[in-house]
Design a protein around this ligand. Structure first.
Ligand code: GRF
Length: 198
């Protein structure tokens, strides 16, 4: 079985990308084949270059044709959104149905949706008084953070937590969860039907 070719979309520092790059090094199951960004200065771009992974900077992230060309489904089997902050155009979502996943730093369906990214997510969790938070990997659909859930990892919300301390604890869980899901999807040959991973 040839390794699953993963395209990663990222807008930020890229620590989830780094966790994937580290976990997939020498893996026969999957490899990061391209990094695509809407921000040329994103830290994720430098991480890709350091790992010798080709990068694409989108001129217009809302342009479905440009994104489909960059994602080139002849060259990529699975698309991973790792801190990508733009809504994926519907035509692209349709083309990669059940082959495009996103990681979100909360236990969806709570604390997701438009504008829910970065510290706002953790502030909302703290304001809700929830005893648990965590990370969610889900399929990407036409709305932010609403796609079918694939897997979650829980972390405790501790007394005295700030948005920063909670974000750091959730990010650690993300760096474990995302590679685990990608490797399991690869092991299963990137099924064309939705799966749930325990
Ligand atoms: C992560 O918390 C991820 O869940 C969210 O954006 C953040 C990106 O972090 N979607 P990084 O760029 O991977 O470090």
């Amino acid at each position: 079985m040839t390794a699953v070719r993963v395209a990663v979309l990222a807008s930020g520092g890229g620590t989830n990308l780094q966790a994937l790059l580290d976990a997939l090094t020498d893996s026969p199951l999957a490899r990061v084949a391209r990094v695509i960004t809407n921000r040329p200065t994103a830290g994720a771009v430098e991480r890709a270059r350091r790992s010798g992974v080709p990068t694409t900077v989108l001129r217009d992230p809302d342009d479905a044709a440009e994104l489909l060309a960059a994602l080139d489904e002849r060259a990529h089997d699975l698309v991973v959104l790792a801190g990508y902050l733009r809504l994926v155009p519907p035509a692209v979502v349709a083309r990669f149905r059940w082959r495009m996943i996103n990681i979100h730093p909360a236990l969806l369906p709570a604390h997701g949706g438009p504008g829910m990214y970065g510290r706002r997510v953790h502030e909302a969790v703290l304001a809700s008084g929830a005893p648990l938070s965590g990370a969610t990997v889900h399929y990407v659909d036409e709305q932010y953070d609403r796609g079918q859930i694939i897997a979650q990892a829980q972390v405790p919300v501790l007394p005295g937590d700030t948005a920063e301390t909670l974000a750091a604890r959730v990010l650690e869980a993300e760096h474990q969860l995302l590679p685990r899901v990608v490797l399991e999807l690869a092991r299963r040959g990137v099924p064309s039907e939705p799966v749930r991973i325990a």
